[in-house]
Design a protein around this ligand. Structure first.
Ligand code: DC
Length: 223
C-alpha cells in the first residue's frame, strides 16, 4: 500500500476529538482531508435557507441531489461551498447543529452524500472523518479508527469549540447525548463501530497523542 492511495477512516461521536485529530493526521502524513459532517451540515444550511421542511424527506433528497458542493480538501484550511456560497463558518452555527441530525437521517440524502464522498475519496491519499466511513463509505479503508470519549469530556470540548463558557457544558452534554442517540438509532447508516476499527478513548489523551497512535497504524500498512 502506497501512501498516495491510502484511506484513513476516522469515525466517532461529536466531541470525541475527530476533527482536530483527522486534520492533524492529514497534515502529519501529507494527505488530503474530508469532513463528511460538513457536507451534511451544508445541505442542512441550504434547507434552512430555502425553507425546506426538515420532515420532508423527498424534498431534502431533491435538494441534496441538485446542490453543487465544492470542497477544498486542504487540512490546513478546509472549506466548503454549496451552490456557490462559501458556508464554512455558517455550517457551525447552533441553528444548523440543531437541525443536522434530521437531515442526515434521510436515506435519500445519505445515498447522495455517500456517492459524492466516494467520488471525493477517488484513488485515495486522504483522511476522512464522519460516522459511517469505516462501515459504509469506505469499508475497505486499510486504516480505520473509532474515537470515543466520556460524555463530560466531549461536552467540555464541544462547548469550548463553540466559544461557550463552563455554564454551557451541562446543556451541551444533554444536547450531545440527544444527538448521539438520534445518530445511533436512525435506520440508514447509524453511527456504529466497524468491527475491524481500532478504538481509541481520547478522554485523557492530547490530540498529538491520538495522532501518534493513528500515524503508528498507518506505518503498519504503508510500505
Ligand atoms: O461531525 P459533525 O458534528 O459535523 O456531524 C454533523 C451531523 O452529521 C451529525 O449529526 C452526524 C451527521 N453525520 C453523519 O450522519 N454521517 C457522517 N458521515 C458525518 C456526519
Amino acid at each position: 500500500m502506497q501512501r498516495r492511495n491510502l484511506v484513513v477512516a476516522i469515525d466517532g461521536p461529536s466531541g470525541s476529538g475527530k476533527s482536530t485529530v483527522a486534520r492533524g493526521t492529514a497534515v502529519a502524513l501529507g494527505l488530503r482531508y474530508l469532513d463528511t459532517g460538513a457536507m451534511y451540515r451544508s445541505v442542512t444550511w441550504l434547507a434552512l435557507e430555502r425553507g425546506v421542511g426538515l420532515a420532508d424527506g423527498a424534498a431534502l433528497t431533491a435538494l441534496a441531489e441538485a446542490a453543487e458542493l465544492s470542497i477544498t480538501p486542504d487540512p490546513a484550511a478546509p472549506r466548503i461551498a454549496i451552490d456557490g456560497t462559501d458556508v464554512t463558518d455558517q455550517v457551525r452555527t447552533r441553528k444548523v447543529t440543531a437541525a443536522v441530525s434530521a437531515v442526515s437521517a434521510v436515506p435519500g440524502v445519505r445515498l447522495v452524500m455517500v456517492a459524492r464522498q466516494r467520488d471525493l475519496i477517488g484513488a485515495g491519499g486522504i483522511v476522512v472523518e464522519g460516522r459511517d466511513i469505516g462501515t459504509t463509505v469506505a469499508p475497505d479503508a486499510p486504516v480505520k479508527v473509532y474515537l470515543t470519549a466520556d460524555p463530560a469530556t466531549r461536552a467540555r470540548r464541544r462547548a469550548s469549540q463553540d466559544g461557550q463558557g463552563a455554564e454551557a457544558v451541562a446543556g451541551t452534554e444533554a444536547e450531545l447525548i440527544r444527538r448521539d442517540q438520534a445518530d445511533s438509532s436512525r435506520a440508514a447508516s447509524p453511527l456504529t463501530q466497524a468491527p475491524d476499527a481500532v478504538v481509541v478513548d481520547t478522554s485523557s489523551l492530547s490530540a498529538d497523542e491520538v495522532i501518534a497512535v493513528i500515524v503508528g497504524q498507518v506505518a503498519e500498512v504503508v510500505s
